[in-house]
Ligand binder design. Structure first.
Ligand code: 5AD
Ligand code: SF4
Length: 447
């Protein structure tokens, strides 16, 4: 059967779609890249904001038209919304055939097989342990970036930030063993992968069990994992996302500083710069403690970059609270920031509070922070002109295929004319010759 998987949401979902593709391909199916080519469509859904759920439901509605041409077409959902609203959606949407929750990706081949034989409504939402079946299945042959791979190191989350639905839909945190992660990374390296992204809802808490912040300064199983993955020949770059600031300790800072393969860019979700709002969000750190992590890392690695997640318009957020967020953002000088307008999610603690910041004000705050980000990037990128960086070549640039783009280890994109014979996934030295707030431009130089 020809199967198309459309992915919404975060990198965990991207990774889950990849596992699903690998498992389905292994059982004889073909993965296609558009719904028109497909006999079965699976939407991998996201629940983190209402908008994401509406988008997937809208898409399911639009795709009903495909049934007119292919009456046997199978429609399914997987991911967060399938876990939390599977039953309801199977009932409401007549052409929806199955809903597979976040721990049941391995059931997909069997479900598709059953539906090919007999049309029923199928739902799977059981929970499984850390090494959920299929968690290590990769599909390297036709990956967009065969030199780069994601590895899930844990599933679920124990933090219960008051706005967040993830612990409810993805369940409690389950960490994989260090051995199985290292084995997976070694297997990928043997297939030519040079860059690994370690994924989890709170990677810094990896292997810490039920310890609550403040956590000890000198214990970090995640730092130990970074060290183990660093030892694998062939792996040249290691990235990770996302670490919760309250689990970021001295040992992890030390590991990032001392391990050359660990990329010098840290995604550190700040959410707010107001201590009052952070408390209401159940984020157990203050803006000063957040900034301390940034300072300590910069002290050891002066060129390190930071990115972040920020929510604007959390219930009761005043202009002063927002100013505190803007101030902290300015002080850190992020290279990237994902800014979200607060969206109440059913079942979370903050959804019991009135969503009292008007939509226009949320939008205004969003724009202020986006403008701040652009200004920082303009200044920081201009200062890089004349410097030389090692780039991982990622292939022709989207805008101008005659040029290639690549990434520095600080995750900056550089556009450059490719020297003859350069292959995707190779490294080269590039000198920066120009900059905008979004992109750096460069020329290849000899090492
Ligand atoms: N409303 C807005 N943004 C949210 N996020 C999580 N839950 C919500 C919500 N209810 C944001 C957080 C998180 C990112 C993945 O999504 O900033 O870090
Ligand atoms: Fe959600 Fe907080 Fe867990 Fe992140 S750490 S997934 S924001 S509950």
């Amino acid at each position: 059967m020809k199967i198309y998987i459309k992915t919404y949401g975060c990198q965990m979902n991207e990774r889950d779609s990849e596992s699903a593709s690998a498992l389905l391909a292994r059982s004889g199916h073909t993965i296609v890249h558009s719904e028109e080519e497909a006999d079965a469509v699976i939407l991998n859904t996201c629940s983190v904001r209402d908008q994401a759920e509406q988008k997937a439901i809208g898409k399911l509605g639009i795709m009903k038209r495909l049934l007119a041409e292919k009456p046997g077409m199978i429609f399914g959902i997987m991911g967060c919304m399938a876990q939390s609203r599977g039953e309801e959606l199977l009932e409401k949407i007549p052409h929806l055939d199955f809903a597979v929750g976040t721990d049941n990706i391995h059931a997909l081949p069997e479900i598709i097989g059953e539906l090919a034989k007999e049309r029923t409504k199928i739902r799977r939402d059981a929970r499984f342990g850390a090494d959920t079946p299929g968690i290590d299945a990769h599909r390297m042959e036709d990956a967009a970036k065969p030199y780069s791979a994601f590895i899930s190191i844990s599933r679920g989350c124990n933090r219960f930030c008051s706005y967040c639905i993830v612990p409810y839909v993805r369940g409690r945190e389950r960490c994989r063993s260090m051995e199985s992660i290292v084995e997976e990374a070694k297997g990928l390296a043997e297939k030519g992968v040079v860059e690994i992204m370690l994924l989890g809802q709170n990677v810094a808490a990896y292997g810490m069990g039920d310890v609550l912040p403040p956590i000890p300064e000198n214990v970090s199983p995640f730092a130990d994992l970074l060290e183990r993955v660093s030892e694998i020949p062939g792996i040249r770059r290691i990235r990770f996302t996302s670490p919760h600031p309250a689990f970021f300790n001295g040992k992890l800072i030390e590991a990032i500083a001392k391990l050359p393969k660990v990329c010098k860019c840290v995604h550190l979700p700040m959410q707010s710069g107001s201590d009052r709002i952070l408390k209401m969000m159940n984020r157990p750190y203050t803006s000063a403690q957040y900034y301390e992590i940034v300072e300590k890392l910069r002290e050891k690695v002066p060129h390190i970059n930071f990115s972040t997640d920020i929510i604007v318009g959390f219930p009761t957020e005043t202009k002063e609270d927002f100013q505190a967020t803007h101030f902290l953002m300015h002080k850190v000088g992020f290279d990237n920031a994902y800014i979200f307008k607060y969206s109440p999610r059913k079942g979370t603690k903050s959804s019991l509070l009135p969503d009292d910041v008007p939509q226009e004000e949320k939008e205004r705050r969003n724009q202020v922070l986006l403008a701040e980000l652009e200004k920082t990037n303009e200044e920081k990128n201009a200062a890089l002109v004349g410097e030389t960086f090692e780039l991982l070549a990622e292939g022709p640039s989207k805008r101008n295929p005659a040029r290639w783009s690549g990434r520095t280890d600080t995750f900056k994109t550089v556009v450059f004319p490719p020297p003859p014979g350069l292959k995707e996934g190779e490294f080269l030295q590039v000198k920066i010759t120009g900059a905008t707030s979004m992109t750096l431009y460069g020329e290849a130089v000899e090492k």
